[in-house]
Design a binder for this molecule. Structure first.
Ligand code: NAP
Length: 314
């Protein structure tokens, strides 16, 4: 699939792309999507569902949806675009609830961090004539809920779309244009490949962070107050990642089991090699690895994929 050309002649280059967008979930990601859609005039109206009345009320109060409900089937009626933005483990259930009310010709997408499980769980519920285009904006923060969203979240970040073979090209182009006009960079991928790439770039780092913060917390020889006091030595970067939403991440690991376990196997082998190098005083192994990893960090920074701390002002 090719990335749509958004030059002035393109029908998707300006104006609203959808009349009515229905968001299922009004947390960090769908809230940010709503703010972006409103800021860039990408839809005539944005409406939303949340599981709790409290989140519906808060989204309405903040003003990023104009209509809200705790009834998902009701809110998707007449929507041209429906976006599932609940934890991955709830995607299938959401699809089953709304299927009968999806408008023919509309697009159903999602923002879940795992793609094969979403295709497996949502796919069977999608009625004939509805375009199902799974997606994953690779952007986020450790905050959750309606208050966490902001319009700039997706800017300069990738959004990976995984349309199954044979998906309607115009529907794909329109959705890709939506992400592009939020200043995201769009990439197409097969769902399985997405899950493998994200297992190593996102899921494994989160698991390591959860584990290391847990280990530090469980240690008896070092007190909890010392861990917090001396966190500046590198530990604080892990605590930020380990503060990520527990429900979301539980669902990521349960739904990307195969790829995460494969990466974890590789990781454990490499860790054992480092353990041996330390035990036998093999500094060359350590130095070579640290030199390679430093180069990778520089490449990540050069690709604009890392926030670089500014030097202190004098
Ligand atoms: P969030 O801020 O926690 O919001 C989740 C929303 O889903 C809320 O409206 C919540 O409703 C609703 N919800 C929670 N559990 C539900 C259930 N069992 N059934 C129905 N609705 C439920 O979450 P988020 O960070 O926006 O994440 C949403 C999706 O985006 C996830 O699939 C995640 O994998 C993906 N994603 C997240 C990030 C990230 O960094 N956070 C990045 C990229 C993609 P209530 O508030 O009413 O309970």
């Amino acid at each position: 699939m090719s990335i749509p050309d958004l030059t002035e002649e393109s029908e998707f280059a300006s104006g609203a792309l959808y009349k009515r967008v229905a968001l299922l979930g009004v947390g960090l990601i769908n809230g940010s999507l709503a703010w972006g859609i409103l800021r860039h005039g990408l839809a005539d109206e944005v409406v939303g569902y949340s599981r709790s009345q409290g989140s519906v009320d808060r989204a309405l109060e903040l003003g990023f949806i104009s209509e809200g409900s705790t009834d998902a089937a009701e809110i998707v009626k007449d929507a041209d675009l429906v976006v599932i933005g609940t934890p991955v483990g709830a995607s299938g259930e959401m699809a089953a609830l709304i299927a009968a009310n999806l408008k023919p010709g509309s697009t159903l997408t999602d923002v879940g961090s795992v793609k094969s499980a979403v295709v497996r769980d949502v796919g069977p519920h999608v009625p004939e004539g509805v375009h199902f285009i799974p997606g994953h904006p690779v952007a986020g923060t450790e905050n959750s809920g309606p208050d966490a969203g902001f319009a700039e979240l997706f800017e300069d970040h990738w959004c990976i779309l995984t349309p199954p073979p044979g998906t309607d090209q115009t529907a794909v182009d329109r959705l890709a244009a939506l992400w592009q006009r939020l200043n995201s960079k769009v990439e197409f991928m097969d769902a399985k490949h997405h899950d493998l790439v994200l297992a190593v770039t996102s899921h494994l780092p989160h698991l390591i962070a959860y584990n290391i913060v847990g280990t530090a917390n469980d240690m008896e020889e070092v007190t909890r107050s010392e861990v917090i006091k001396y966190a500046g030595g590198g530990f604080h970067d892990f605590t930020r990642i380990a503060a990520s939403d527990p429900t979301m991440w539980r669902d990521v690991f349960l739904n990307n089991k195969e790829a995460v376990l494969e990466m974890l196997g590789r990781f454990s082998e490499d860790l054992t090699a480092l353990q041996r190098a330390i035990r036998w005083g093999d500094g060359d192994i350590l130095f070579d690895l640290f030199t390679r990893t430093r180069k990778i960090r520089r490449e990540v920074v050069a690709a604009g994929q890392a926030e670089v701390p500014k030097p202190p002002e004098d």
